[in-house]
Design a protein around this ligand. Structure first.
Ligand SMILES: O=c1ccn([C@@H]2O[C@H](COP(=O)(O)O)[C@@H](O)[C@H]2O)c(=O)[nH]1
Length: 232
């Protein structure tokens, strides 16, 4: 389970981690924090023994993504990602870039399918993309799988079908996690930790349910417990 460090500065993120005893938990670093703090942030988090999912969602021509991934590989994080919509060649080259880094520690390559902030209406009415979200997610997962990705970002709703189609070792990383009755915010495809468990998601990404909670530690533990044990 990755805690999304959606903060503007390392100082804010560290204050939150320390105040609520999240020392050493796996964390997800996104654009907001990385674009402010850069690679030294990763050094700081590694020194503090956090596993790191670097969520920069690369999407560019294959050569550019490959070269960027070579540099990212040297940060020795655990997981990185690209947008699957960049296509098969881009995904292949991203993997090549990760392999060709100087480090022996190769991060897992994850492809973002359809953002969890989108639903069927956003795809069709806004973007004129045919097919349901579910169909598009599964198709992108198959492309990612064929071209060397280790898994995908998807919603909990698609996790089971992706495992059926791509195999059980193909990873499903699922944001949009909410406790029963919590605000979905800008997310459209949300699900509880219990459903994530039922659908076989490998990793949860948990942000505002914890970071905006009155008692973040107890919200985190509730999510963790529900994910491990289901609702009892
Ligand atoms: O499809 C995606 C891909 C990435 N995310 C990221 O996950 C967290 C979710 O935050 P919540 O506060 O739990 O909604 C956030 O950092 C997103 O950038 C995603 O939500 N959906």
């Amino acid at each position: 389970m990755y805690l999304a460090l959606d903060f503007s500065t390392w100082n804010e993120a560290r204050t939150f981690i320390d105040a609520h005893n999240f020392q050493g938990v796996p964390v997800k670093v996104g654009m907001e924090l990385f674009y402010r703090e850069g690679p030294r942030l990763i050094e700081n988090l590694k020194q503090d023994n956090h596993d790191i999912f670097l969520d920069l969602k690369l999407h560019d021509i294959p050569t550019t993504v490959m070269k960027a991934m070579t540099n990212i590989a040297n940060l020795e994080v655990d997981m990185v990602n690209v947008h699957a919509l960049g296509g098969s060649e881009m995904i292949k080259r991203a993997k090549e870039g990760l392999i060709s880094g100087d480090s022996n520690h190769e991060p897992k390559l994850i492809a973002v399918t359809v953002l969890t902030s989108m639903d069927d209406t956003s795809l069709y009415k806004e973007l004129n993309i045919g097919g349901s979200v579910n169909e598009n997610v599964v198709r992108l997962a198959v492309t990612a799988n064929k071209n060397g990705a280790d898994g995908v970002v998807c919603s909990v709703q698609e996790a089971k079908e992706i495992k059926d189609v791509c195999g059980s070792s193909f990873l499903t990383v699922t944001p949009g996690i909410r406790l029963q009755g919590s605000d979905g915010n800008d997310q459209k495809r949300i699900a509880t930790p219990a459903l994530a468990r039922e659908n076989g998601a490998d990793f949860l990404v948990i942000g505002r349910t914890v970071t905006n909670a009155q008692d973040p530690k107890s919200a985190y533990e509730k999510v963790q417990k529900e994910w491990r044990n289901g609702i009892k």
